[in-house]
Write a protein that binds this ligand. Structure first.
Ligand SMILES: Nc1ncnc2c1ncn2[C@@H]1O[C@H](COP(=O)(O)OP(=O)(O)OP(=O)(O)O)[C@@H](O)[C@H]1O
Ligand SMILES: [Mg+2]
Length: 209
């Protein structure tokens, strides 16, 4: 996998457009409802567009793989402003967000503590609580009969972490899952950022998905 990020302020719609179009094809094929709910007036996200599109595509593909016909998949994007750990109102089921404390700390210390959360929610089979802390590990799959390689979520985590963001999952068996990527907003709308600027953390992935 490419080891550098080309960071630019990008509107959230641009990050979701291609993955949503691909998802719509999968949704039709599997008779699953796909919807998108983007909060109005979101700030630009400081992102490598291609890599974040890959993140969202991976999450959507997983959602479709583990949701039965007649179910639904939804993409939500909303603002996380100020110092507040990622939270889910009306939360049910188990949650996992590795490094949450450090992330919350870095947000408090940063001069621009505004983040945008992109969540992919499905009404699929869900993940047992004891498995949640492994889902982002390379090659981990809950079922050896699963068709994938187990690398998709490891790549998602590497990309999001390299952006200075955090991944999280909450799930309840039999009811569904929510995978989220919370990414730093650009300093201000329209602000230009040097596209050669260094990422918060170099990507060193040797995996691909
Ligand atoms: N939305 C989901 N609902 C239920 N289980 C999931 C979901 N997303 C991921 N999983 C579980 O986590 C495992 C790891 O996911 P990951 O995307 O890393 O690998 P994969 O989908 O098996 O393979 P790849 O993405 O490399 O093709 C999956 O095999 C599945 O068991
Ligand atoms: Mg996958």
């Amino acid at each position: 996998m490419d080891t550098t990020l080309a960071l630019k302020p990008v509107p959230i719609d641009e990050l979701l457009l291609d993955p949503f179009s691909e998802g719509a094809v999968q949704a039709r094929r599997k008779c699953i409802a796909l919807t998108k709910n983007i909060e109005a007036s979101l700030p630009l996200v400081l992102a490598d567009k291609n890599k974040i599109c890959r993140v969202v595509s991976n999450l959507l593909r997983n959602a479709f793989n583990h949701t039965a016909e007649g179910g639904s998949v939804r993409i939500d994007a909303h603002l996380m402003d100020g110092f507040r750990a990622p939270s889910w109102p009306g939360q049910v089921g188990a949650t996992h967000a590795e490094g949450l404390a450090a992330f919350a700390e870095s947000r408090r210390d940063s001069g621009n503590p505004t983040f945008v959360k992109i969540a992919v929610k499905d009404t699929g089979k869900g993940i047992p609580p004891e498995d949640l802390s492994y889902v982002f590990d390379p090659y981990w799959r809950s079922d050896s009969k699963d068709v994938g390689t187990g690398l998709g979520l490891a790549v998602v985590k590497r990309i999001v972490t390299a952006h200075g963001g955090i991944v999280a999952v909450r799930s309840r068996e039999g009811e569904g899952s929510e995978f989220s990527s919370t990414l730093p907003a650009a300093a201000s709308n329209g602000a230009e950022t040097d596209s050669t600027s260094q990422p918060p953390q170099a990507l060193r992935a040797s995996t691909s998905a």
